[in-house]
Write a protein that binds this ligand. Structure first.
Ligand SMILES: *[C@@H]1O[C@H](CO)[C@@H](O)[C@H](O)[C@H]1NC(C)=O
Ligand SMILES: *[C@@H]1O[C@H](CO)[C@@H](O)[C@H](O)[C@H]1NC(C)=O
Ligand SMILES: *[C@@H]1O[C@H](CO)[C@@H](O)[C@H](O)[C@H]1NC(C)=O
Ligand SMILES: *[C@@H]1O[C@H](CO)[C@@H](O)[C@H](O)[C@H]1NC(C)=O
Length: 376
């Protein structure tokens, strides 16, 4: 009798195991990799399938991070690009290079905020022990100074000059040809709308968004509605043909709010409703190939008690329709290290990478349920 029961339980156990296949139980993985010690670790871009580049502003350092075929970091080395006080910050790929299978041929643009310079840098291959090479250098035209965020839009570079509060456009082939716009304090991010072609910059201390319609005018400044939150950052072009902004909030907290900027400059606002998300200060946005899905980065940059986490979000009705757009699914991945001032997030190789400003960490988020959207 007893033996039969045991056998019955065993066989039931085997059936359950066979059906759900324990070894395929999807897991999420967050692994934090210490980079070389630096007081501030800032921007991150993928230069090739196997190479990430990260700026450490307090050290004027460009960190080369090698990846294996699955996107796992396997080594890193920090290189001082010009000098340790240059204020190296903004990083963007030079257009036309993003299709290379490795970084040979790919070059990047970088800002040196304190040296008031834009550099074009050749990372010099995927080998982290090959030093990056400077191949071009443009000064920032006066009265602008303090370049922070940078954008390449066709043959132009656009620079958000945080310290002087100007936006600058420079023609790459003829840097003497430039335009300078004074804006409210302080331009941080800069990006181009993928449908309208308008250039936008987020003005953090004024809680406004500057929009320029390529009309030779002064541009216009749009207020972030106070009931939505404050400090527009993380301006990112989406594969949905729109442009996304995140609100960082103030020292008392964030509002878990982000916005979709339509081609006519109207903004549809969305707010995370989960307990961990609703008070998050959001600093950056990343997209993969799915235009309805994005990742938001929560940061303690403005408020010490705000969570450092990644929020996966799926938006319903991105393509339009009669119902208003809404957040269909939201999930949270809280990072192991808190109080870290997470700074930037990118999607690459089907995984996510996050820089943590105050702790010199690179977080790598992967796993078969990375997006937490599939219903098993
Ligand atoms: C990469 O892009 C360049 C310029 O668009 C093109 O000439 C080249 O053929 C592309 N290379 C590959 C491998 O797709
Ligand atoms: C780039 O990739 C090609 C083909 O895979 C390889 O032959 C070449 O050595 C690589 N270059 C670098 C700098 O890694
Ligand atoms: C901080 O932001 C919250 C939410 O937007 C707002 O209610 C509050 O007044 C702000 N506090 C300060 C000091 O600006
Ligand atoms: C602006 O564009 C959005 C999205 O296409 C649309 O829903 C809205 O009605 C437009 N608003 C105006 C004032 O044109």
């Amino acid at each position: 009798m007893h033996l039969l029961r045991v056998l019955a339980v065993m066989s039931l156990g085997l059936q359950v195991n066979a059906a759900s296949s324990v070894n395929s139980l999807p897991a999420k993985s967050v692994v934090e990799y210490p980079l070389s010690a630096a007081a501030e670790t800032h921007e991150i871009i993928a230069a090739s399938e196997k190479l990430l580049l990260i700026s450490q502003q307090t050290d004027g350092a460009l960190v080369k991070v090698a990846l294996d075929g699955k996107g796992n970091p396997t080594g890193s080395r920090a290189w001082t690009v010009t000098n340790q006080w240059s204020g190296l910050h903004g990083l963007v790929l030079h257009s036309g290079s993003s299709n290379s299978s490795n970084s040979s041929g790919a070059t990047i643009w970088a800002t040196e905020q304190f040296d008031n310079t834009i550099l074009q840098i050749d990372p010099n291959g995927d080998d982290i022990n090959s030093p990056p090479k400077i191949i071009n250098r443009f000064p920032i035209p006066a009265p602008a100074f303090g370049p922070h965020g940078i954008l390449q839009n066709k043959g132009d570079l656009w620079v958000a000059c945080k310290d002087s509060s100007h936006v600058v456009r420079i023609t790459i082939d003829n840097p003497d040809e430039h335009q300078i716009w004074p804006v409210s304090r302080r331009p941080i991010f800069i990006a181009v709308h993928p449908t309208s072609g308008d250039v936008y910059s987020g003005l953090d201390l004024s809680s406004k968004i500057w929009r320029y319609q390529n009309d030779g005018g002064h541009g216009e400044e749009m207020d972030v509605p106070a009931d939505k939150g404050s400090v527009p950052v993380g301006l990112v072009s989406g594969p949905d043909g729109n442009f996304w902004v995140a609100l960082l909030g103030n020292s008392t907290g964030g509002t878990g709010t982000f916005g979709r900027i339509n081609s006519n400059a109207t903004i549809d606002w969305f707010t995370l409703s989960s307990q961990v998300g609703s008070t998050a200060g959001l600093i950056h946005v990343a997209f993969g190939p799915d235009p309805s899905q994005l990742w938001l980065l929560g940061s303690s940059t403005s408020c010490a008690s705000c969570v450092n986490a990644v929020f996966t979000v799926k938006i319903d009705d991105v393509a339009g329709g009669t119902a208003s757009s809404r957040i269909a699914i939201q999930n949270s991945i809280v990072l192991p290290t808190q109080y870290s001032w997470t700074h930037r997030i990118i999607a690459h190789q089907g995984t996510l990478y996050v820089t943590e400003l105050k702790t010199a960490l690179l977080a790598h988020i992967s796993g078969s349920r990375l997006n937490w959207l599939e219903h098993q």
